[in-house]
Design a protein around this ligand. Structure first.
Ligand SMILES: [Zn+2]
Ligand SMILES: [Zn+2]
Length: 313
């Protein structure tokens, strides 16, 4: 049993953060405020806030699909100014452009996430790349070549072979790369052998090269894919974060309920077992904190996304 004195000491040792006024830079356990670019909207406002508050995240970008006007209004009412949103629509359907244009008119600040069983350089996604450029909003794409479970299928295929031609063909479009194939290709020896390769990084990988060569490509550090890539080779990670510090954006893609790893953090993904019982946001923020200077950490977790989405910070 805990003594009353020990209990009081524990309570007084807990950090009490003052309430945030929604305007000034908020206090934060990570040393500076954090914006989660990759947060799938949950139906109940409280469930969204439970994850942000639990993980020490100040603001998040809600990834949504379909018409979400009412849910967004409820979330905004519950927590003013803590959320932005992206919208996605089935790119194989002819009405996708109309839906996404309407979403941007209604306040969506980007397309995403785009996760469909089509080729990265196919006609379906090409229409979306062109539209995102026209509407001047970024497009967040999930690239995956290896199944996480039998018959899952692949998503936006051909990243390593064809995506450079897309970056060249759509210079007015801002791309945000995400998921397995994007992050496995930081290493030059990758040939789609595994969803999440391990071991030291071989310098000169395609993703590293594209981030360096193309101003219109950014990297989304969410999910097991980015966490795994950044966990492979501490020396590489330090250099990589420093080299691309204006191009990288923190995101979690975490499905845990409380910002501490309860529930399932990487849903429907048995290949991501290394993060079971953990909060992806916390794991990746810890990794970034250990691998980057405070100035670079601030850019990756807050500054870059505010610039990209033109949000006043
Ligand atoms: Zn994804
Ligand atoms: Zn979490």
């Amino acid at each position: 049993m805990i003594s009353r004195r020990a209990f009081l000491e524990t309570v007084s040792a807990a950090v009490v953060l003052p309430a945030w006024d929604g305007q000034s830079t908020p206090p934060n356990e990570w040393g500076s405020p954090v914006f989660d670019l990759h947060f799938h909207m949950r139906p109940q406002p409280a469930a969204n806030l439970a994850h942000l508050d639990g993980a020490g995240v100040t603001k998040a970008n809600l990834l949504t699909r379909g018409v979400v006007t009412e849910q967004l209004a409820a979330i905004e009412a519950a927590a003013p100014k803590r959320f932005t949103w992206f919208n996605s629509a089935d790119v194989t359907k002819p009405e996708a452009e109309q839906i996404l244009t309407a979403a941007v008119k209604a306040g969506a600040q980007g397309f995403g996430e785009m996760k469909f069983h089509v080729a990265a350089d196919g006609p379906e996604l090409r229409r979306m790349y062109a539209l995102a450029g026209e509407l001047k909003v970024p497009i967040l794409v999930h690239f995956q070549e290896v199944d996480h479970f039998e018959n899952e299928g692949t998503w936006s295929t051909g990243f390593a072979k064809t995506f450079e031609s897309i970056l060249k063909a759509y210079p007015q479009t801002t791309f945000i790369g995400h998921a397995d194939a994007f992050w496995a290709n930081v290493s030059a020896d990758y040939h789609n052998e595994a969803a999440y390769p391990s071991g030291p990084i071989v310098r000169g990988g395609i993703t590293d090269k594209l981030l360096g060569d193309y101003a219109n490509l950014h990297g989304d550090l969410s999910a097991n894919s980015a966490n795994n890539a950044l966990s492979r080779d501490a020396e590489f990670t330090k250099d990589f974060l420093a080299r691309h510090h204006t191009k990288l954006l923190f995101g979690s893609d975490c499905g845990c309920t409380d910002g501490h790893g309860a529930g399932i953090s990487q849903g429907g993904n048995p290949a991501a077992a290394r993060l079971a019982g953990k909060c992806v946001a916390r794991e990746t923020l810890g990794l970034l904190k250990r691998s980057a200077s405070p100035a670079i950490f601030q850019k990756i977790t807050w500054g870059n996304v505010h610039k990209l989405l033109r949000i006043p910070d």
